[in-house]
Every structure is written in structure tokens, then in C-alpha cells.
Design a binder for this molecule. Structure first.
Ligand SMILES: Nc1ncnc2c1ncn2[C@@H]1O[C@H](COP(=O)(O)OP(=O)(O)OP(=O)(O)O)[C@@H](O)[C@H]1O
Length: 815
């Protein structure tokens, strides 16, 4: 569904508006080499950096300070569990979103400090699930509970990536499984193929994200599928991108629409979960040339974020007109536009500042803490977003019109048949009238909007019967309150009827016309609203106060033992190895082996740094399946045993009853008192009952665990799938690069060598022609193989042109 999401929410009735500071948390990524330069006091939330004089160089050449103090709303040390982070940071945000407030959580920190781990989770274990999957679980639990109570709850998902100031929709076509380009993994795309999202601000300052698809998720599983789909697209895009430039912000948004049973009031809210790009200063990226310019460009969006934060603080300390006129430069970058409401607007926001505890990162860690302190000074004005659903109002007014029509007909003497009604009908009408009179709380009259009783058609006998029932009810109620209650039934009422009826009829006609007019106006408002939404003002336009936010994925030089980065892939394939292409492990794959794509893939897989991670996932999945199988066996056995025990208890009870009968007969004959059928159960029976209870407990807990396991298996399976897709995509990138490298070497070789190679290399390029099952995934590389050697030259030219373009645009283009 292509729509657009709207941010902010003017026009909606607002209630419970509150001004809150943005909450800030600090999380330290585990490391084997902590610097020891900082201490956390979790109780007070304070952090102290004490940089020894001999390490002052880490803080820059002109630094004279050695001690830095910061205060947070909460601290998470190196041993903090994902579960704890979720409960403290996201638990309140999820509760706020469910209560109708917009909420945002964003992670800020240098590359590799754990932003993605915190927001999305680790790719290795179920326990490493981050805030997004846990938030989805909690939200769907609540929605299911409210649906069971008769309410309505709808969840929508969108996933935005902001790269180089351009927004991309990571979920386009997810609903249909997506269409990938030839050679990429099905359902995934290269970034440039994803639809661009436009950011537009309306006259009220509301931000609209045009062309961002919103996907309705009926269940937690569907929502997780969307998350994995978006993450996979993100990973594939990273692979295909220039490794150092692959820095982006990502915003996962959960939109909620809730209504309690019978209420026309709708609560709309959004929860934005944002993974920002790495915050390290440009010189640290080690980028040069066009990449340096690109890094600067990306960094500028975070600088814009800082400027917004500073302006918001300035605004908060000013008074009167000066305050009103303080300019907040939201429009300076895409991510600040998207986050507009989350910063200083209608939203409850929390920030997780992530730092790495190693000595070499001390300056970045302090800079991250400073940023968080700035954010903590911002106040947001959050309110519950309530709207009255025009459709429900229209239905209500229609009902009023229907009743007025009936009354009008009656007053005009056009009521239905006057035939007498039988006993059964009389009882039914009386019951309807009494039920209507009793609707609503005790001792109160029926609520004004209680639907009128349906007497089964309007006729005098029915109306009389209804009134009679009401009179009896009133008399019964007034029974204790002395005599003289009711007004005598008949007499004068009929006399004045004629004149009054005419006047009443005129009033009713007038009211009827008014109601019809109101309905027409409301229908027209509803239609306009729908048109506006369709016109791209925002699918989320229905949702007040929306905004997005960005996450990030940065490619850094791979740390020892870390996953293989596409950067390494490219560098590896370019490696100066006469003998062949360099595999991610550093080994060499002989050029000739590239002729055999499958064999090359096997070698790549064997050398793939995330191979162990995939193996662990497979093992975890197998373990969980085994546990589920064992649990199912336990359940079956417990259930079988309970059935057996029940039968045994039943048999003992029958025996006991028969014994009691025999005893009572015997007592009748000799005069001793008889045992009764409900005499105390025997020891054997009690033993059976105790065992039955135990088996039932066993059954219940095994069943609960099995239900949990289902979720764990599903999630682990998705992690494995995502890991496999990523490996495939990295292989495609590496393979395309390796083929290109081989071709380049061939063309630059000496004539005799060229002959020598040419004999063995015409085939390889043909061998690389994309097949139905797995063509080239890495863009240009894919084309390289598409048609043999000539086209490979085209690819070489393409790369040269691309490099030229990158130089000219300062990095605007990306592969
Ligand atoms: N608290 C943690 N516990 C265990 N591993 C962690 C933790 N935080 C991060 N990691 C691991 O550290 C590595 C880097 O983390 P992550 O990718 O989340 O960093 P990031 O800040 O998002 O980096 P980037 O800016 O490159 O996206 C990952 O392998 C991740 O699994």
C-alpha cells in the first residue's frame, strides 16, 4: 500500500498535554579492554571520566581538562541485558504509545558502539533481541487483550532509511513479496531501486513523509516479517554500496489506532525507533578524497541535529516574543525534519547514548555524553491524540434520523398496523421496554444515547404495552415510597393531543432537516479527508503527530573477529594477488576457479567470517526444535496420565459409593450407623488426586514453554534467513568484483600472457551469466557477467565513469 505518513497532529483534540524533558540513558558496549578512565554510579545516574595526564593526548592537542562529569536518567554498564534496557527505556515508551502519545527512542553514538544492537538487536541469539522486536511483542499482546475486550486496535508499520539526505522506503512491495532485480536475492533490492520518500511540511508545520508505504500488520509475526524484510533490504543495500559511505539513519515506525468498544473516539499514536548514523568525527573515519567529502556530508546531518538541540535549549530559556521568534533549524537536514516532532514537539522522547569503553574511544565517548546532556535539556509538549471518528458520528446521527422519522410518521398518523398483539408479543415488547429503561448504571435514567427499544414495528397496541411495562417498573421501584406515585393512566392526555401533535410534528420535521444537513456535512468532511490522504498528504496523515527518525548502518573497518565487511570484500577482490582473488579470510582463490560459480561460492562460504554465527544460529534452531519436540512429548504424556488418573479416581469413587450403599443396607439390618457416599476419600484416592494435580501443573508449564518456544523458533529462523541472504549478497558482490579484477588483469597483461589467459577466460565470464536461481547481486558486477567479455569491458568503463562522477559530485552518487 503506497501512502504517506504524516508527522505531527494539528486539528486533533488534544488532552492531557504535558511538558516533559527528553529522557537520556547511557549504554556502554562490552569490551575486553576497558580503559578504566570512567566510572558509573548506577544509583545516581552519574558518570565520571578521569583521564590520566599521560592519556590526555587522546582528548586532542589543546585539551587541558582531565575530569568530566555527566548525569543520565539511567545507566547500562557492560553487563546490562537487552531485557533490562527494554524495560527501562522502551517499556514506558510502549506504554505511552498505547495510551495515545507519540513516542520516540533514538540511539546516538559512534560507529560500532552498539546502536543497532540496542534498537534492533544482535544477529546471533534470540536473547539478543533489541527494542523493536520486544516492543512489537508487547504491543500485540496489548492489542490482542483490548480486542478480546471488544475494542479495536490496528497496527501499521513503516521503515525509512535516510542516506545522503535522501529518504528511501525499505518496505516497498513487502506486502507482495517484493520484486527484486535480476540476480538479487528475491524480495530484496538495491538502494537506488527503493522508492524515494519525500519530506514535506504543511502550513501548520506538520511534517509529511510522502511515498512512504504503510503496512498493516495483523499479528506480531507479520510485523516481525516486515522488520526482517526491511533489515534485509538495508543489509543488501549496504553490501552494494561503497563500503565507507554506507552510513545512514533508519527509522522504524509503529503506528497505532485504537478504539474502545462502542466509543467514537479514536486514539492514534506513533512509536518511532531510530538508529542514527555513527557520530564519530570525520577525521576518525580515515576517509579521503570524495569519501571524505561524503563523510562530511553525512556528518552535517548530525551537526544539524546538534544545532536543533541547541536552538531548542535557547528557546526554552528565553521569554515572551524572543522565545517565539527563536528559529529552530529543523529544515537544515532530512533527519531533523523527520524528527521534528520528536524534538521539542508532540512526543515523549528517550535517547540511548551508546559508547565504547576502550581508551582510544574516550574522546568520542565524552562527545556522545555531551550530546546527550544537550538533549536532556529539551522539553517536549506531549498530548494524547484523540479524534472522533466521523463514521461513528454519522452512524449515530442516522439512527437519530430513523427514530425521528418513526416519531414523525406516528405524529402524522402514518404509524403501522393497529391490530392487537398476542400474549407472546406483549411479553416480548414489555421485556424490550424494561431492558431499555434499565440500561445504564443503577439508579440512573437510560443514557441519552441508549438505543431506543425496538418494539418490532410501531403500533398503538405495542406502544401501550411498552408504556404499561414501564409503568409497572416505576411502580415497583416506588413501592416503598408511599402511595400517589403514578399519574393516572388515561384521562386528559387524549384531549390536548391534536394541537400538540401538530406542533410536535412541525418541530420534528425541523429537527429532521437539521440532522440530515449535519449528516451531509459530515459525509463531505469524511470524503475530503479521504481524498487528501489519497492525494499523498500522508497515509499517516490520519495519524496526528507522526514523524520519523533515522537509524544507521555504517561500514567501518572490520574489527578483529568481526563480521566481514563489504569493504573487505572489495579490497580483497582488488588484492594484488597474481595467483587469484583474495577471499575474505585472506586466502587466495585461483583465478581459474572463478569459472565454476558454485565452487567459488563454496570457497567463499568456507572463508566467510560470519560462518560461525550462522552455524551457531542453526545449532540454536536445532536445539529449540529438539526442546519443542521434547515439550510436546511431555505434554502428551501428562495429558495421557491425567486421563488415566481421572478414570482411576472415578473407579475408586464408584467403589466407595457402592461400599457405602452396602454398608447402609447392612446398617439397616443390624442398627449400626451407615457410612455415606460422601465419606472421606481413601488414601489411594487422595494419592491419585495429588498426582493428577502435579501432572496438570506439568502440562500447563510445558504448554506455556511450548508457546514461548514457537516465538523463539520463528525469530531464530528469521535471523538465520536474514544471515543467509546477507551472505549470498556479499558473495555476489565479491564474485562480481573478482571477475572484474580478473578481466582487468587480463586486458593489461602482455600479449603472450593475454593469449595464455584468453584461452581459459572466455568461459569464465560466460559461466557468470546470471542464472534463474542466483545471478549477480552486485549491480555492475551482475551486468559484467550478463553477456560475456565485451560487456565486462563495459563494466570497467562503467566503474571509471562512476569514479569520475563521484569525484565531480563529491559523493552524491552511490552504487
Ligand atoms: N551490548 C552489547 N553486547 C554484546 N554485543 C554488542 C553489544 N553492543 C554491540 N555489540 C556488538 O558490537 C558490534 C557493533 O555493534 P552495532 O552494530 O550495534 O554498533 P553500531 O553503533 O550500530 O555501529 P554502526 O554505526 O556501524 O551501525 C556488533 O557485532 C554487535 O553485535
Amino acid at each position: 500500500m503506497a501512502a504517506s505518513a504524516a508527522a505531527a497532529g494539528d486539528g486533533a483534540p488534544k488532552s492531557g498535554e504535558r511538558s516533559d524533558h527528553i529522557r537520556v540513558f547511557l549504554r556502554v558496549r562490552p569490551t575486553r579492554r576497558p580503559s578504566g578512565f570512567f566510572g558509573l554510579d548506577e544509583e545516581s545516574g552519574s558518570v565520571r571520566f578521569d583521564v590520566p595526564p599521560d592519556a590526555a593526548g587522546l582528548m586532542g592537542p589543546n585539551n587541558t581538562r582531565s575530569q568530566y562529569d555527566f548525569r543520565f536518567d539511567g545507566l547500562f554498564g557492560m553487563t546490562a541485558r537487552q531485557e533490562d534496557v527494554f524495560e527501562r527505556v522502551a517499556g514506558p515508551a510502549v506504554a505511552n504509545a498505547l495510551a495515545g502519545y507519540n513516542a520516540t527512542i533514538f540511539a546516538y553514538g559512534q560507529t560500532g558502539s552498539g546502536k543497532t544492537f540496542t534498537i534492533t538487536g544482535g544477529p546471533q541469539r534470540y536473547e539478543d533481541r533489541g527494542i523493536i522486536p520486544r516492543a512489537l511483542q508487547r504491543i500485540f499482546q496489548q492489542c490482542d487483550a483490548s480486542r478480546k475486550a471488544g475494542g479495536q486496535a490496528t497496527v501499521w508499520i513503516s521503515y525509512l532509511e535516510v542516506y545522503n539526505e535522501v529518504g528511501y522506503d525499505l518496505l516497498e512491495d513487502s506486502a507482495t513479496g517484493g520484486h527484486s532485480r535480476a540476480g538479487t536475492v528475491p524480495g530484496t533490492k538495491a538502494l537506488e531501486e527503493l522508492p524515494r520518500v519525500t519530506v514535506r511540511e504543511d502550513e501548520y508545520g506538520n511534517v509529511h513523509l510522502g511515498n512512504l508505504s504503510l503496512h498493516r500488520a495483523e499479528s506480531e509475526e507479520e510485523a516481525l516479517n516486515l522488520l526482517f524484510q526491511g533489515d534485509t533490504n538495508r543489509a543488501i543495500c549496504e553490501t552494494a554500496m561503497n563500503p565507507v559511505s554506507s552510513r545512514s539513519h533508519c527509522v522504524f515506525t509503529i503506528s497505532l489506532e485504537q478504539r474502545e468498544e462502542g466509543s467514537p473516539v479514536v486514539r492514534r499514536s506513533k512509536l518511532h525507533l531510530v538508529d542514527l548514523a555513527g557520530s564519530e568525527r570525520v577525521h576518525k573515519t580515515g576517509a579521503t578524497g570524495s569519501l571524505f567529502r561524503e563523510a562530511t556530508h553525512i556528518n552535517s546531518s548530525l551537526l544539524a541535529l546538534r544545532r536543533v538541540i541547541d536552538s531548542l535549549h535557547e528557546r526554552s530559556v528565553r521569554r515572551g516574543a524572543a522565545r517565539q521568534h527563536t528559529h529552530v533549524p529543523y529544515r537544515d537536514s532530512t533527519i531533523t525534519s523527520v524528527l521534528r516532532d520528536s524534538l521539542g514537539g508532540n512526543c515523549k522522547t528517550a535517547v540511548v547514548a551508546t559508547v565504547s569503553g576502550e581508551a582510544s574511544n574516550t574522546d568520542e565517548s565524552i562527545s556522545t555524553c555531551r550530546f546527550a546532556q544537550g538533549v536532556a535539556r529539551i522539553r517536549n509538549e506531549a498530548c494524547v491524540n484523540l479524534e472522533t471518528d466521523p463514521a461513528v458520528l454519522v452512524a449515530r446521527l442516522k439512527e437519530q434520523v430513523r427514530l425521528l422519522q418513526i416519531e414523525k410518521d406516528y405524529a402524522a398518523g402514518e404509524a403501522g398496523s393497529e391490530a392487537e398483539i398476542d400474549e407472546e408479543e406483549r411479553a416480548r415488547v414489555a421485556a424490550q421496554a424494561v431492558a431499555w429503561a434499565k440500561a445504564g448504571p443503577e439508579d440512573a435514567r437510560p443514557p441519552e444515547d441508549a438505543p431506543m427499544p425496538d418494539l418490532g414495528g410501531l403500533s398503538l397496541p405495542r406502544i401501550r404495552e411498552g408504556f404499561r411495562a414501564l409503568r409497572e417498573l416505576a411502580r415497583a421501584a416506588a413501592a416503598g415510597a408511599a402511595a400517589g406515585g403514578g399519574g393516572g393512566g388515561d384521562s386528559k392526555a387524549g384531549a390536548a393531543a391534536s394541537a400538540e401533535a401538530v406542533a410536535e410534528l412541525r418541530d420534528m420535521k425541523h429537527t429532521l432537516a437539521q440532522r440530515n444537513h449535519e449528516i451531509a456535512a459530515l459525509v463531505s468532511i469524511a470524503r475530503d479527508l479521504r481524498e487528501k490522504l489519497r492525494a499523498g498528504g500522508g497515509g499517516g496523515g490520519a495519524h496526528p503527530g507522526a514523524s520519523g527518525a533515522g537509524g544507521h548502518s555504517e561500514r567501518r573497518p572490520a574489527a578483529p573477529g568481526e563480521a566481514f565487511a563489504p569493504a573487505a570484500a572489495a579490497a580483497a577482490a582488488h588484492a594484488d594477488a597474481d595467483a587469484g582473488a583474495r577471499l575474505p579470510s585472506g586466502e587466495t582463490l585461483p583465478w581459474q576457479l572463478l569459472d565454476d560459480r558454485d565452487a567459488s561460492r563454496d570457497r567463499f562460504k568456507a572463508a566467510y567470517p560470519r560462518r560461525q554465527q550462522l552455524r551457531d544460529l542453526k545449532q540454536a534452531l536445532a536445539d529449540k526444535y529438539a526442546e519443542a519436540k521434547q515439550g510436546a512429548g511431555l505434554i502428551n504424556r501428562a495429558r495421557g496420565r491425567v486421563v488415566e488418573l481421572k478414570a482411576a479416581v472415578e473407579e475408586l469413587r464408584v467403589r466407595r459409593a457402592m461400599q457405602a450403599l452396602a454398608d447402609s443396607e447392612a446398617a439397616g439390618s443390624d442398627g449400626t450407623p451407615a457410612a455415606t457416599a460422601d465419606s472421606a476419600p481413601s488414601e489411594a484416592e487422595t494419592g491419585l488426586l495429588v498426582e493428577m494435580e502435579e501432572q496438570q501443573k506439568r502440562y500447563t508449564s510445558a504448554f506455556a514453554r511450548l508457546r514461548e518456544l514457537k516465538g523463539e523458533i520463528e525469530y531464530t529462523r528469521k535471523l538465520l534467513e536474514a544471515g543467509s541472504v546477507r551472505m549470498q549478497s556479499e558473495f555476489e558482490a565479491w564474485f562480481a568484483q573478482a571477475l572484474l579484477e580478473r578481466r582487468t588483469r587480463l586486458t593489461s597483461a602482455t600479449t603472450p600472457r593475454r593469449h595464455e589467459h584468453a584461452a581459459g577466460m572466455a568461459a569464465p565470464d560466460r559461466a557468470f551469466a546470471p542464472s534463474a536461481t542466483g545471478g549477480a547481486g552486485a549491480g555492475a558486477g551482475a551486468q559484467a557477467g550478463a553477456g560475456g567479455g565485451g560487456e565486462t569491458d563495459d563494466v570497467a568503463r562503467f566503474y571509471a565513469a562512476r569514479d569520475q562522477l563521484l569525484k565531480l559530485t563529491g559523493g552524491g552518487a552511490r552504487r
